[in-house]
Design a protein around this ligand. Structure first.
Ligand code: CMP
Ligand code: MG
Ligand code: ZN
Length: 606
């Protein structure tokens, strides 16, 4: 075969979107070019590095020993083989028969994926056209004021401290509810989107396993679990040597093909992600650190992808959602909004006591994205930039917990109306749920996050004590009722949020299912056959919440026993319990363990 023109670049166009293989894919090589570890993506370095790194690249070009075409390794091996052939073609060393055999193999691998996916679709759509049934309505559509939500909490249901904390943190008077015109959702060709989505996802996963070059193998292995609900972000962070945010961000921007779509320069992306990590590490927070950023971003991805909500969104909306998650706690100070307000901090002054931290997260990260070396948005049109920015701002502002009850109320309101759900509101709720999702993950993850968060709260309590301020609820390391606080958090905050989000996803995705069915393309993976009128979402969080709540209940009972025991011990130490002297502290009743903070201002904090 005569030397063809150098097509290595064009042939590297593998990646993912709507069934097409795009350039970035997951084969991009991360090259550290200097101590600042610049990212570099080049198809020629990719070509040679992959070829050299794999035994399939160095053996003869026979196809007999290659894995069967329908096995998971086939596409990986195939891509390596094709790269090797491309390299050899340049030197004119590929016999025609070898080229023929290998192209035949490659075509079969691709066909096997295609046939596999389409037949799944067909099989599951047999006899599936049924008249749509009315959409089920939420049983909880009653609208209440945010204050009513709290007043529904029975006075005895939670200790005073937990109740105060709920009031202080999750409510405020909200006059500035932003309403936007109802947008009609634009569905793409739904059947194709679903088919392509599943196919591309699988191809992606296979290809992803081959980019072992500058992503450490252990990291690569863990990134394969990114679609799982209880993904272990701590394990990823250890394997990634403390760079979990960078890898999660990079992986997702590649996975959704946003790097290619928005022509994101790889060294700018690297710089942006490293600067994000530095910002998250600035205050050395036990909880609000880069691992939390990575965790929330991965969780948002899980919800978008597992529910297939991503198909409802434009590329720009997916891009904005991932970036919003990545930046959502950027440069968090490890203290709450309320602490900023009470201490009159610079940030509180700057943002007039309103969503103090959230405003800072947004402002500081847009500053980075505007900088020359980290401008990942420089190829967005003016209109795209405006839309992207508006969406990120709205989503991150809605992570202010004092907006929580108002946000749920607004969404419940929208669920009861015939109109389509506003995309910005929908995505804001997804991010908010991801932000408070750890109690809905495996116990080992939730327990670890809780310890870290409480340590951060306690550090704030120490500072409040030093400053002579009242110690905020949950911030007193001596007296806080940890288990009770978590039961309260699950019951009154997390569970209702996930319930509303589930109803929202069902409302959004049921029409998508109907459209898909009319194209006879319902995938078994997406829709439950038993109830074809309603989109059925998998809700892994529900079981986790129930399990974790029970664990905390057991813990609460043990803690109460322990307190009783200590109380009795203290009493027995005091010879005459009626005569309190100055050196003996009166025991604090369990339900009054923490001083009540005046929360009549209704100003919240995180
Ligand atoms: P932030 O991550 O900024 O936004 C969500 C907030 O929820 C978080 O800060 C905490 O203030 C709060 N939060 C998250 N998990 C818990 C928890 N287990 N107990 C109490 N508060 C929590
Ligand atoms: Mg926050
Ligand atoms: Zn957060």
């Amino acid at each position: 075969v005569a030397n063809p023109p150098d097509r290595a670049k064009d042939d590297s166009s593998v990646g993912a979107k709507n069934g097409q293989l795009s350039r970035a894919g997951s084969l991009t090589v991360l090259r550290r070019t200097n101590s600042k570890s610049k990212l570099a993506s080049s198809s020629s370095s990719r070509t040679s590095s992959i070829a050299e790194s794999d035994s399939y690249a160095s053996v003869d070009l026979g196809t007999d020993k290659l894995p069967p075409i329908d096995t998971p390794e086939a596409s990986h091996v195939c891509s390596i083989r094709l790269r090797n052939i491309l390299r050899r073609i340049q030197n004119g060393e590929v016999p025609k028969e070898d080229l023929y055999k290998n192209l035949e193999y490659a075509a079969s691998v691709l066909e096997s994926v295609y046939v596999d996916e389409t037949s799944t679709v067909k099989d599951t759509t047999k006899n599936s056209i049924e008249p749509p049934t009315p959409q089920p309505k939420s049983s909880k559509e009653r609208l209440t004021d945010e204050d009513d939500e709290l007043s529904e909490v029975e006075p005895d249901a939670v200790p005073t401290e937990v109740r105060d904390w709920l009031a202080l943190t999750f409510t405020r008077s909200m006059n500035n509810v932003r309403r936007r015109g109802q947008e009609k959702p634009k569905f793409r060709s739904v059947a194709h989107a679903i088919r392509a989505g599943i196919m591309v996802d699988r191809i992606y996963r296979r290809l992803s396993s081959s980019s072992t070059l500058h992503i450490p193998p252990a990291v690569l292995q863990l990134l394969k679990g990114m679609d799982d609900w209880s993904f272990d972000v701590f394990a990823l962070n250890s394997a990634a040597d403390g760079h979990s945010l960078k890898y999660v961000g990079y992986e997702l921007l590649q996975k959704y093909d946003l790097v290619t779509k928005y022509k994101i320069n790889s060294s700018m992306l690297d710089s942006f992600l490293l600067q994000l990590e530095a910002g998250y590490s600035k205050y050395k927070n036990p909880y609000h650190n880069l691992v939390h950023g990575a965790d929330v971003t991965q969780t948002v991805h899980n919800i978008l992808s597992q529910s297939k909500l991503a198909h409802w969104l434009t590329d720009l909306e997916v891009f904005a959602t991932i970036v919003a998650a990545l930046i959502h706690d950027f440069e968090h100070t490890g203290t709450t909004n309320n602490f900023h307000i009470q201490t009159g901090s610079e940030f509180a002054l700057l943002y007039n006591d309103k969503a103090v931290l959230e405003n800072h997260h947004i402002c500081a990260s847009f500053r980075i994205m505007r900088s020359e070396e980290s401008n990942i948005l420089n190829h967005l049109s003016r209109e795209e930039y405006r839309e992207f920015r508006a969406l990120v701002i709205e989503m991150v502002l809605a992570t202010d917990m004092s907006f929580h009850f108002q946000q749920l109320k607004n969404m419940k309101n929208l669920l009861g109306m015939p109109e389509n759900i506003d995309k910005q509101k929908a995505l804001s709720l997804v991010l908010h749920c991801a932000d408070i999702s750890h109690p809905a993950k495996d116990w080992s993850l939730h327990h670890r996050w809780t310890n870290q968060l409480l340590e951060e709260f306690f550090k704030q309590g120490d500072r409040e004590q030093e400053l002579g301020l009242p110690i905020s609820p949950l911030c007193d390391r001596e007296k806080t009722l940890v288990a009770e606080s978590q039961i309260g958090f699950i019951d009154f905050i997390v569970d209702p949020s996930f319930t509303v989000m589930t109803e929202m996803l069902e409302k959004i995705l049921t029409p998508l299912q109907k459209a898909a069915r009319s194209e006879e393309a319902i995938s078994e993976e997406v829709f439950d056959k038993s109830d074809k009128s309603k989109y059925v979402l998998s809700t892994p969080w529900a079981d986790c919440l129930a399990i974790n709540k029970n664990k905390w209940k057991e813990q609460a009972a043990k803690d109460a026993e322990e307190r009783k025991r200590k109380e009795a011990e203290e009493k027995s130490k005091v010879p005459n319990s009626n005569t309190n002297n100055n050196t003996t502290k009166a025991p604090v009743p369990a339900d009054k363990a923490t001083p009540v903070v005046n929360c009549s201002t209704g100003k919240g904090g995180n």
